[in-house]
Design a protein around this ligand. Structure first.
Ligand SMILES: [Zn+2]
Length: 402
């Protein structure tokens, strides 16, 4: 458990004992790049340090919350289990799923058994079903995953569980393809979890991976420090993903970086096959994040200036996720956090939870602050949120990005 020291009501200093060696090469020789201070949400302080492995060049988060905090976060605060219809699959996710299916299909036989680890509601499995595959299994930590996958897509074999439970809950030994899309960047026990997964696979099974491509972190427009979310604690380049998979005995058969829509980080895809013996001895060739950190620092400065220049005495923050968890400590450092009178969010899992000293309210509660300016604390959903608020409330709205 984390040791939390309360010095007064508003200042919480949390010391986490979870120092990690490099999740790719297991060396314990990293240099500090950035301290990602996050306001606690629902009692969980998800702050961490971003570090750079001096031996293989991988960039990852260390000094983490315990694994139990991540499990609690995904169980209690995750927004992935609130989709209500297939029509709500975002266009960017349609592009990602099409890329995943196109990458794998040339290498699959018609009777291939496909397992999606971290399958959400089963949208990717459904994409494989549409492409002609029928033996489809999945697992996801969101409590509603199993029921939603069945209700939305008629998928019978989606289990609710974490990656570590996959060997007990899924027919891993029969799989022709394991899909890990948007998963590896999340796992606090990356090497252990992957090794447990791979142990039960047959030697012909392929592994398809999709992660945010750190080669593209500086593509603008970008959310300052947006890659350092509550959930993303590994930052892969093509080289470091290949290195990780080589450490596990796999080699890349196919792959590409897929461009996604503006404001969304491009995806790195790789399809990996077993190779004996493993060849993990790869050159040190890191993709640095210094440009990304510099750019993020400049942009965050502009965001704070925008709030300072708004003369409103009362601010309500719209958004209680990663963006706000990162923004609130920066506002506190600029001595403007005391103007915040409330925080609202549209994610029902966050309602009633504490973010820092504020209890998260529903957007329906905005009427209780008629004199407040509403700060849209989101990068990707800024316009949609501003339009949503503007239709229902007369309050001034402050956007943080051009
Ligand atoms: Zn390393």
């Amino acid at each position: 458990m984390a040791l939390t020291l309360f010095s007064d009501e508003s200042i919480v200093t949390t010391i986490y004992p979870r120092h990690r060696p490099c999740p790719v090469c297991d060396s314990d020789n990293a240099t500090h790049l950035y301290t990602n201070t996050m306001t606690p949400i629902g009692g969980l302080d998800m702050s961490y340090q971003v570090v750079n492995c001096a031996d293989c060049g991988f960039i990852y988060a260390s000094e983490l919350p315990e694994s139990a905090s991540y499990e609690a976060y995904y169980r209690e605060l995750s927004k992935y289990d609130v989709m209500t219809s297939t029509a709500k699959i975002r266009p960017v996710d349609q592009v990602r799923m099409a890329a995943a299916v196109n990458l794998c299909v040339p290498h699959l036989t018609a009777d291939a058994l496909i397992i999606d680890i971290g399958c959400g509601h089963g949208a990717l499995l459904n994409a494989f079903h549409t492409a002609g595959w029928a033996c489809l299994y999945g697992i996801d930590p969101a409590p509603e995953a199993s029921a939603k996958a069945n209700a939305l897509f008629g998928l019978q074999n989606v289990q609710t569980g974490i990656v570590r439970q996959a060997p007990q809950l899924l027919p891993l030994d029969q799989a022709a393809l394991i899909c890990l899309t948007g998963v590896l960047e999340h796992l606090p026990d990356l090497r252990t979890d992957l090794a447990a997964l791979i142990k039960d696979l047959n030697h012909r099974a392929m592994i398809m991976v999709e992660v945010p491509a750190s080669e593209r972190f500086t593509r603008t427009p970008l959310e300052p420090y947006g890659e350092f979310s509550l959930e993303h604690i590994q930052y892969f380049s093509t080289q470091s993903l290949d290195r990780l998979m080589a450490e596990l005995g796999y080699v890349r058969k196919a792959g590409e970086i897929v461009a996604l829509s503006e404001g969304v980080t491009d995806s790195l895809f790789g399809l990996f096959v077993r190779q004996e013996p493993a060849t993990a001895d790869m050159p040190y060739n890191p993709v640095g994040l210094q440009d990304y950190l510099t750019l993020s620092g400049q942009l965050m400065g502009q965001v704070i200036d925008t709030i300072i220049q708004c003369n409103a005495r009362q601010l309500v923050i719209y958004g209680a996720g990663s963006h706000s968890a990162r923004l609130l400590p920066k506002m506190a450092a600029a001595c403007i956090a005391e103007r915040i009178v409330g925080i609202v969010d549209g994610n029902p899992n966050l309602l009633g939870k504490m973010i820092g000293r504020h209890q998260v309210c529903s957007s329906a509660d905005l009427g209780q602050w008629p004199d407040a300016t509403i700060v849209v604390s989101s990068f990707g959903a800024q316009d949609a949120i501003a339009e949503f608020i503007g239709r229902q409330f007369p309050n001034p709205i402050l956007r943080l990005y051009p």
